[in-house]
Structures are given as C-alpha cells and as structure tokens.
Design a protein around this ligand. Structure first.
Ligand code: C5P
Length: 231
C-alpha cells in the first residue's frame, strides 16, 4: 500500500495494535511503533504484529548516545528491517553517521527539534537559534551525514525543504483533518496543507485511532477519507 500516512500505534495492548492495523491496512502501509509499545513488547511484539497485514514499520526509538552505542543499538534492531528508524539529530554528525553506516538499507530518520519545545525552552537548553533555524541546521547536518529522512513540524517543512532540497524525505506529525480534535497538539496543519508544505509522509495518531472507540469500521472509513483528502 503506497500511502503517505503513517499511523502511530500508540497503545500498550498488542491485540489493539493488531486490530488497528487490520482496520486501516487498505489506506495505510506504514505503522509507527514508539517507545510505549517497544519497551513493553520488544522485538518479539513487533514480530507478533506481522500477520495483521501487509505493512512496513516506522521504528520510533529516538536514539541518542555516543556513536559507538548508537551504532550497536541500530545493529540490534536491523533484523526487524524497519523502513524508518529514528535518532535525534542533536546527537551530532558522528552519531548520525554511525547510525547510517550501521544500517545502509534503513532510512535513518533524524528528529530535528521536538515540537514540544518552545523557543524559550531552547534558550534554556543552550541553543543559539530559534526552533525554525535550529531545525533547518539539524536537517542539513542529518542530510550531510547519511540520514535519509527527518521529522519536523509541518510549519518548518518548507524552510527545511529549501535548505536540503529533495535529498531528504520529510515526515511531519502535528497533522489534523479539518474539524478534528486538536488534543495536546497546539499548532497543526491539515494533511493536505502539510503535503503542500513539503511533507512526504504524515504521522497521524488519535484522529484515526480514537475512532476505534466508536467502531473499527469508523476507524477504517476515517483513514480512507484522510487518504482521499490528499488527492
Ligand atoms: O495522536 P497524534 O496524531 O497527535 O499522534 C502523533 C504521533 O506523533 C504521536 O505518536 C506522537 O508521539 C508523535 N509526535 C508528535 N510530535 C512530535 C513528534 C512525534 O506528535 N514532534
């Protein structure tokens, strides 16, 4: 399934994750496994999802350590053959390079600036530039050191695209269909706006997964209608 939507499987229940894949697999071909799921079920949990459909994995482990440790950590998950594997770009050039070299067939995905951080948070940590400029610099660093994709806010996508060209795939969370509940996301774009801004893939969670509280059919329809909205 060739779809730009990546569904965030934010659940601690393996059977729930499976049912979400089954319900949406006609519109979605990539599922994001984050720390919540991975720290509970590990690699075995991921393998147990395999028969729920035909899909690829976005493994969102946000690795950040010395290059040698990150390289070894990447090697430890290589058997799972994720399509995307996240690291923090702020780990620096050598760390990004170590991750990329350890998994030449995986799209190493550099997280730029967490969208939960405000400009004043960045000053507090010691960043010299605001979030937009810092994200663009980190995207450039990632691109120069073998990362093939980055995660950023849709509001930073066009600026980053101008800096890195078409070399990197841009993945944006913070996406909400018109009228959807914002939840804890503050600044959002619609899926269509995010793609127009330069996103290649959209990470979407609750606007789709919350529909499972109504029914899996409703979840399936919502995923299909978001995909339709992109055409
Ligand atoms: O439910 P929602 O659509 O907000 O989910 C978005 C997903 O993207 C969650 O898994 C969240 O952790 C992740 N994410 C995010 N903002 C970031 C980075 C990741 O919302 N800056």
């Amino acid at each position: 399934m060739n779809s730009p939507i990546i569904l965030a499987l934010d659940t601690k229940e393996l059977e729930t994750a499976k049912s979400w894949i089954e319900a949406t697999n006609e519109s979605i071909g990539i599922y994001k496994i984050g720390l919540e799921f991975y720290l509970k079920f590990g690699a075995d949990g991921l393998r147990r999802l395999a028969d729920a459909g035909d899909f690829k994995i976005f493994l969102d482990l946000k690795l950040h350590d010395i290059p040698n440790t990150v390289s070894a950590a990447v090697s430890s998950v290589i058997d799972l053959a994720p399509k995307f594997l996240t690291i923090h770009a702020s780990g620096g050039a050598a760390m990004i390079r170590a991750a990329s070299d350890a998994a030449p067939n995986v799209s190493i995905t550099a997280v730029t600036i967490l969208t939960s951080l405000s400009d004043s948070d960045l000053v507090e940590i010691g960043y010299a530039k605001n979030s937009k400029s810092s994200a663009a610099s980190l995207a450039k660093l990632a691109s120069e050191n073998g990362a093939r994709s980055i995660v950023c806010s849709p509001f930073e996508a066009s600026e980053i695209r101008a800096v890195v060209g078409d070399k990197l795939e841009i993945i944006t969370p913070g996406v909400r269909p018109t009228g959807a509940d914002l939840g804890d996301q503050k600044r959002v774009m619609t899926p269509k706006e995010a793609v127009t801004a330069g996103a290649n893939y959209l990470v979407i969670g609750r606007p789709i997964t919350d529909q499972a509280k109504i029914s899996l059919t409703s979840m399936s329809e919502t995923a299909a209608s978001i995909l339709d909205s992109l055409n």
